[in-house]
Design a protein. Structure first.
Ligand SMILES: [Zn+2]
Length: 97
């Protein structure tokens, strides 16, 4: 009986880190909903319309199109204090993600 309980605890602990990362990402998005991106916001890398905005701890802001937002997403989650992601709207406009 106790052996089973201990095993379940170990499984839950092992699965928590990934779940926390996902929760943090979504919480960051929700916290920045007040300022939508516009067609005037352009990707810092290629100049296409920006669908993702990342605010850094330094106070700087990076803008990325859907392509570059995806390409740098892992890194952004590490360095950004806020991430605003509208890439889901891009999928809605084109009909395909
Ligand atoms: Zn780009």
């Amino acid at each position: 009986m106790y052996d089973n309980v201990a095993s379940m605890d170990m499984i839950e602990e092992a699965s928590q880190p990934a779940a926390h990362l996902l929760t943090d990402w979504k919480a960051d998005v929700a916290a920045t909903l007040a300022t939508p991106l516009t067609t005037a916001d352009r990707c810092d890398r290629c100049g296409a319309r920006a669908y993702l905005r990342a605010r850094l701890a330094s106070g700087g802001v990076l803008l990325f199109c859907a392509h570059h937002g995806r390409a740098h997403r892992d890194k952004l989650t590490d360095i950004a204090v806020e991430i605003y992601d509208e890439t889901d709207q891009l999928g809605a406009e084109t009909g395909r993600a």
